[in-house]
Design a protein around this ligand. Sequence first.
Ligand SMILES: O=C(O)CCC(=O)C(=O)O
Ligand SMILES: [Fe+2]
Length: 315
Amino acid sequence: MAPTKTTTANTDIQEQRMKNLKDFDETKAGVKGLSDSGVTTIPDFFIHPVENLSGALKKSSPISTLSIPVIDLSHVHSDDHKPRIVEQIREAARTWGFFQVWMAPEAAAEEEIPEVCRREVVQWDMHAKKVGESVLELLALGLGLEGGKFKDLNFCGARVFVGHIYPYCPQPDLTMGISSHTDPTVITVLLQNQVQGLQVKHRDEWVDVKPLDGGLIINIGDILQIASNGEYKSVEHRVLANSNRESRITVVMFMNLSTWKESADGGKYYGPLPELLTPETPPVYRDFTQQEYMENFYSKGLDSKSLIDRITIFP
Ligand SMILES: O=C(O)CCC(=O)C(=O)O
Ligand SMILES: [Fe+2]
């Protein structure tokens, strides 16, 4: 079938957009360079379709005054406090998929990291890992599993550390910092400066995350939603374009599986934990292969939630 006039025009627009994007990438200036140059309007290729925009959504769906739960992990090793903390974490992971935690940091070791940020990176890795492991222990207990279960399954065996900068944007209503997505992780640990911008979807409302001084933001990723057989929720979140003169800066630790299950033919796969399945709680998801996971990740970009949609078993 011959393409219609409109589809040809759309293809031309797409091609031009890709070319402009590529030219911009090749300048290596990045969004920070663009912002530093003092632009007052953003390039066209950053403008989102209106249905994705925060401004549009502000009119159609309310921005909530709710806040994500805050959980203090200071006494997590005390038997007196632990049951209450497990209950708080379980409830937060079931209903929000996002929460903030506190925990006192420890001194760090020296490593082979550029000197300019060595101390900070090593400290951050150690601290995020420790907090992540504590949270995973509490999350396992919240499902009625042994505390060490997720560590034994290497749920934080693979860690990826990413830094984001969201410089001042002169037209924040036309674009987004990061569009809506879920994380393809087990859990994500996020540290940010005081410039707000992260929003979490909670019962169809976008809730602003208000960072607490010294707090870390934790969210449940797709793998943990699947492994917990849907008990814990990997929720959509997004970052608004930054309308503050001060840049928004975040450092994120993605924690993921380092060990997959192996089938008889040597293929790698994962799925709901058998310990959680009973006749009353049958699997909500089918097992999925590592290949499906990777293909979904690379083909869909930020739209990782489609893996969950694809493996959901309908009764
Ligand atoms: O920078 C943020 O606040 C969120 C980043 C995020 O959602 C991500 O990297 O997956
Ligand atoms: Fe994310």
